[in-house]
Design a protein around this ligand. Structure first.
Ligand code: H2U
Length: 365
């Protein structure tokens, strides 16, 4: 058999994370009766009464009282930021005496940080793809404000959104979280190293900028989902999740706080298009975890971090329909990640879908 990557199993290398992924396209010929989802229970719903009921009881809504603190949210009209009432990190631990950072076997360090919640919109039933571009602009501006504020003090500011129950999202109200830490978490630590190594080896070239260049010039754009003047969305060559995408600025940008106004507008547009495509894929409110990675902050603000390129990652779990998710179990837990559909197939499927008209708006016409 002559090796054909569209038909035969192979391993692809992820240079950002220094790890491999097993791709098994031959498994696509497995018999499968794919389902089409009934979307009546989706988070975004046009029913106003339904929405009002939610508003009164949901702690993330305007005017709601949050259980733990009895604090009342303001009647916010766009976004609203508050300190997470159940934070995973504490900011005021001062005692370093039990710190074991030099012990090779029982190593430990104090973890300081803060956790915030950003509500995207007053309406609990409105998800990002169905918001107006104006609404999404508020979200992006709030991301940047919160990021800028925390970046002065903390080494890493992780903005992330869990969308959908299947991703463990505890509340359907459109929101994301921000966890800022006085240390680099694993993903950041590894990407800091891999991008620095590449930068040194390639005489100051930036890994992700070289990657975009090659995707645009060498590969018939087969993994590119969508792009505009400032941004590009790619299913990475090394993608792990079935419909994983990476969203990057085309210009060399280290951090979210460095985006110009025009780049922010371009980001609104491309995010909305991508998220409409995602929802249109299985006619459902497409679940995912997404987040931003850029150069580290805090004391790194004074270091040269030119090897970094800002990027956002979307990790959606669905594989064949609105209810069939990819489980990272078995071989993935014990050996390495594996996927069936190729990144090229995933990119083509997303590319062919409308990024302008959401399936719910089509139905209403
Ligand atoms: P997730 O659904 O992505 O888990 O985010 C909801 C967050 O909102 C969660 O971290 C916080 C939870 O701790 N929260 C509050 O801070 N106060 C509340 O009254 C409800 C939820």
């Amino acid at each position: 058999m002559t090796f054909d990557p569209t038909k035969h199993s192979h391993c692809r290398y992820n240079p950002l994370k220094d790890e491999w992924i097993l791709v098994s396209p031959q498994r696509l010929s497995r018999p499968w009766q794919g389902q089409v989802h009934d979307d009546k229970n989706d988070a975004d719903d046009d029913d106003e009464n339904n929405n009002n009921n939610q508003q009164s009881t949901n702690p993330l809504c305007p005017g709601a009282i949050r259980g733990k603190t009895n604090e009342r949210n303001p009647f916010y009209e766009h976004t609203y930021v508050f300190d997470n009432d159940f934070p995973a990190l504490l900011s005021d631990i001062s005692d370093d005496q039990n710190d074991n950072n030099n012990d090779d076997l029982f190593r430990c360090h104090v973890a300081r940080g803060v956790c915030k919640v950003i509500c995207f919109h007053p309406n609990s039933k409105l998800t990002l793809p169905r918001m107006t571009l104006d609404d999404i602009t508020y979200v992006i501006k709030t991301w940047i404000d919160v990021y800028r504020d925390l970046a002065n003090k903390y080494q890493w500011v992780q903005i992330f959104e869990n969308r959908g129950e299947i991703m463990g999202c505890s509340n359907p109200h459109p929101h994301c979280q921000v966890w800022a830490t006085d240390f680099l978490p694993n993903e950041a630590r590894i990407k800091h190293r891999t991008q620095k190594d590449y930068f040194k080896k390639h005489n100051g070239n930036v890994l992700l900028l070289d990657y975009i260049k090659r995707e645009l010039n060498d590969f018939k754009k087969e993994r590119i989902v969508i792009d505009n003047e400032y941004w590009i969305v790619i299913v990475p060559y090394w993608a792990t999740w079935p419909y994983e995408t990476m969203l990057l600025p085309k210009r060399h940008i280290l951090r979210l706080s460095d985006l110009t106004n025009d780049e922010q507008i371009g980001l609104c547009q491309i995010m909305k298009q991508l998220l409409i495509k995602y929802d249109n894929l299985f006619n459902t409110s497409f679940p995912y975890s997404m987040g931003w990675h850029g150069a580290p902050t805090g004391s790194f603000n004074n270091e040269d971090c030119s090897h970094w390129q800002l990027h956002a990652l979307y990790y959606p779990p669905l594989v064949r329909s609105a209810t069939i998710k990819k489980f990272m179990v078995g071989y993935e837990m014990l050996a390495q990640a594996q996927r069936d559909i190729t990144p090229e197939y995933a990119a083509q499927s997303l590319r062919n879908l409308s990024g302008e008209i959401h399936y719910k708006d089509k139905k209403n016409k």
